[in-house]
Design a protein around this ligand. Structure first.
Ligand SMILES: [Zn+2]
Length: 246
């Protein structure tokens, strides 16, 4: 195993089909990177037998609750259950640090008023500005999902493998360009028959499937239409707990 990806949460904001909200753990035996942290990411880790203490770096695609509202529960875990001492790194779009602390204060005001026993190092990622976190290289780019706030997708390279993660996005040719040379494309696919400007639908992805230059494409962030019409879907669909070796 060079790199393993565990799908912790493959549902949309409504947890359609009983799926957890967004969360994907990428690990190479040395470093663990969590891509997004939906509300129940901690619970999903425990379901999958993954030790939450192993997370080194969290990459947040955008500041919607189904992608970052699990962070306060990770903090609680590290304060009370695992007593973390080593720093935690969190990187996300502009505004991440302020929004994460505001969220923590909103849901656990008493705990958030005390200093954390571990350092949290925030990095705000600018679209188009590649950045490295030790052995993890990230190429973030903006995708059409929100008008004011910035939503990111990113290519994540670790241990010689490259993963493209779409975050939440409407259709953009940039996904085709960025998919080239990747080992895995984790691509959101909210809907089937409903076409939206801020999310992807299955027919659009299916008609473009041959243009994506990735070794393996897996659909995630699956809404109720995708659950209902899954027998018609010919691209691989994720399930919570799916593990992929790259
Ligand atoms: Zn979402």
């Amino acid at each position: 195993m060079a790199v393993q990806v565990t799908f912790l949460g493959t549902g949309d904001a409504f947890s359609s089909g009983g799926r957890h909200q967004a969360g994907y753990l990428v690990h190479d035996g040395t470093t663990s990177v969590l891509l997004d942290a939906g509300s129940s990411t901690l619970g999903s880790m425990k379901q999958q037998g993954i030790d939450p203490a192993t997370v080194d770096l969290v990459l947040i695609s955008h500041l919607h609750g189904d992608h970052f509202s699990g962070l306060p529960f990770l903090f609680l875990e590290y304060i009370f259950e695992h007593k973390r001492q080593r720093p935690l790194r969190i990187a996300g779009p502009p505004g991440t640090e302020e929004r994460v602390w505001a969220l923590f204060r909103a849901v656990y005001r008493d705990v958030a008023s005390e200093p954390l026993p571990f350092a949290v190092h925030f990095t705000e990622m600018a679209p188009g500005a590649p950045i490295s976190f030790d052995a993890v290289h990230v190429d973030p780019f903006r995708v059409p999902h929100q008008e004011k706030d910035i939503s990111l997708a990113f290519r994540v390279s670790v241990a010689g493998r490259t993963i493209l993660y779409s975050g939440d996005t409407g259709w953009t040719e940039t996904l085709v360009e960025q998919s080239h040379g990747t080992d895995l494309f984790i691509c959101e696919c909210c809907s089937f028959e409903t076409r939206m400007s801020m999310h992807l639908d299955y027919p659009r992805l299916a008609e473009n499937r041959s243009r994506f230059g990735t070794k393996r494409m897996i659909l995630t962030h699956l809404g109720h239409e995708m659950q209902a019409r899954r027998s018609e879907v010919e691209i691989e669909m994720a399930t919570d707990g799916l593990t992929v070796d790259l």
